[in-house]
Design a protein. Sequence first.
Length: 339
Amino acid sequence: MTSTPAVLISAFSDEAAISKTAVEQFSVLAALGLRYYSPRFVDVTGGGTVKHVTELTDSELSKLKEMQGTYGLSVTSIGSRLGKIKLYDRDDGSHNRYVALDKYLQTDVAATIRVAKALGTKLVRGFSFYHPKGEAPGTHIDAAAASIRVLAEACGKEGLVYGLEVEANLVGQNGRLLQMLADKVNCENLVCIYDGGNISSQNLSPLVCYEEYLAMTQCLGWFHIKDYKVDPTLPWTGVVDEERLKNFVPVQQGDSGHEWILRDLATRLGELDSKMQALGAPGVFLELEPHLKGGGQFGGYSGPDGLGVALRSLCSLLDYVGIDYHLRDYGDIRTDRGI
């Protein structure tokens, strides 16, 4: 009888660090028992200059790769910003930038692919483009799918997987729309990323979050673990003001319905694990991105203590719903030392 595989727990490493230095990020992750991380913003040398990982020089990338090996870490995915630009070159009152796709391929996309290959991951996180402010996202599915296909195909040519994250304010802002996009893009190397906090922060209930998760299970690849407590006193305008989000909480303390979602995942985990391994990933990732001390459009922060709280909350829920996972133990330390 084949046993159900374990999930792989990961974290956005910059969530852990006050200074954003690689040493601080990696020290926290290793101490918490994690073996996987996604790089985003980092100060590789400790000199006080923080860069997005896609902006690192060759020497900085080489140093980061060496350091992650020293700390026993491997990269889950590149925490890129691909697809977080305007779908059209149109003034809509938002501050989001527009970049023509041919130029985007030569700049942001090429830089992301370069970093993924340098750091040894098959996975790239990306997004589904900003539709014009005030217009219904569903009316822009075809245009968004065409642009996403360009990004996914560029990644596919290099043997990489494009993970399309559900995200408020973009075309793919819920599970139904994300599944529609995946169907229209129709690339074998495209999967989708579920993030409960990105759905509940749209003033939605746990039941609706669960329904949106179910709507995208056919395109599912991996998970970001973030929870959000809806504040009923705040008026809902139909758009998430990402810079004002203050109500992120540890998993299962908010309105994202994670218990229902993870109970369902337990029934699908074997099939999903096989799917992701066939694409070159080591398994199914649950990646902590908790934002417990704040989050915005391009990142978030939990601190070393906050990431520890977030990890313990996730492990407690995984124990409760019966999903296996592994954190470093003394046996791992002995193996790492060659004992």
